[in-house]
Design a protein around this ligand. Structure first.
Ligand code: KG4
Ligand code: ZN
Length: 334
């Protein structure tokens, strides 16, 4: 069986052709550079870029894989959450291909695809905890199995990737800010600035990052933003985020242990999971608590169509319901 999938929910235009046995015949990710100068994603520009690029990379993927369109058995696209323009473009384009070829179309939930991405290269033991950290979401899910997914905590304001991007903008670094901050932090002193850690004493598993960003902004206004300030602030901000995630994860794990949830495994998925400093923080939890932390393959961390194709294969195995409507606020329960 061959699957063709598209991902267009934000600023990556991506397509993938995957075999049911997980062989990737082609995977193209086009990161839209147009947003760099704006310091964040401009929805209208993203929609236009998806329209221009999607058809072109589809042709490239078919050429690279040596597959003909009429040989594809299943079509799928991200149908939410995300920016509605991109969702409509990706789902309408891919659904048209499916209709033209008289093959089924499977709508995919972007968050579920991120969650399932680490199942691609790891043997998952249940129960399982998933920390989803992206530009749009910061969530913790508890999975009894891959069909029983419960949201147990999330950010009440900014997402963690968004906080990285906004702090980078304050420091005059380019978009996306996460990788820039990670690089600058390597040369900075992480104890230079004391930043707030909102909600760490709260009993919930929720997060808050907007106060942290505001605090960076206030300190930046009182200082000269030179190289050493940028490096020190990047390191201090990154450490603060690492501390928050460590405290919150430790609390969730302790709660689950109280309920005799032994053999727990934890995955970290989404663009922010690329960050090596944060991975070191998770390594510490792994060693202290003797819990295995797993990650998706590198090419499935940032938005990509391979995770959509993989989620499609898993859904297909479960005879997923084929009715859908693109939804910018889709949750994992819908
Ligand atoms: O998963 P993703 O590609 O898109 C969404 O679903 O939102 O995540 C993008 C986010 C951006 O905010 C970007 O700054 C962040 O992931 N990111 C990082 C790193 N690489 C990407 N954040 C921190 N450190 C990184 N190395
Ligand atoms: Zn994403």
């Amino acid at each position: 069986m061959l699957v063709f999938s598209a991902e267009t929910s934000c600023d990556e235009t991506s397509v993938c052709i995957m075999k049911e046995d997980k062989t990737i015949l082609s995977h193209i990710i086009y990161s839209q550079a147009i947003h760099t100068k704006h310091g964040g994603v401009v929805p209208e520009l993203a929609s236009r870029a998806h329209l221009e690029i999607l058809q072109q990379i589809t042709k490239e993927a078919l050429k690279e894989s040596g597959v003909k369109l009429n040989e594809i058995n299943l079509f799928s696209a991200t149908c939410g959450p995300g920016l509605i323009g991109g969702l409509l473009i990706g789902s309408t384009f891919t659904k048209s291909l499916s209709i033209g070829n008289s093959k089924p179309f499977i709508p995919i939930n972007h968050l579920e695809a991120h969650i399932l991405s680490s199942f691609f290269n790891n043997e998952i033991k249940f129960p399982h905890l998933c920390l989803l950290i992206t530009g749009g979401h910061t969530q913790i899910y508890f999975l009894k199995n891959n069909n029983d997914i419960t949201l147990i905590g999330e950010t009440i304001d900014d997402a963690i990737g968004e906080a990285f991007d906004k702090v980078a903008k304050i420091l005059g670094l380019s978009y996306p800010g996460g990788p820039e901050i990670e690089k600058k932090a390597l040369q900075g002193d992480e104890n230079s600035f004391k930043l707030p850690k909102p909600l760490i004493n709260d009993d919930s598993s929720n997060f808050s990052f907007s106060g942290l960003k505001t605090s960076v902004n206030l300190i930046a206004k009182k200082n000269i933003i030179d190289h050493s300030f940028i490096n020190d602030m990047s390191a201090s901000f990154q450490k603060c985020v690492g501390d928050i995630l460590t405290i919150k994860l430790n609390r969730v794990i302790a709660e689950l242990y109280k309920r005799n949830t032994e053999d727990l495994s934890v995955s970290v998925v989404g663009g922010v999971a690329n960050n090596d400093y944060l991975k070191k923080c998770f390594k510490n939890i792994e060693e202290e608590k003797n819990i295995k932390f797993i990650y998706p393959p590198k090419y499935m961390m940032n938005d990509n169509a391979a995770m959509i194709a993989w989620a499609t294969i898993l859904k297909h195995r479960n005879n997923h319901n084929l009715n859908f409507k693109p939804n910018p606020r889709l949750t994992v329960k819908e």
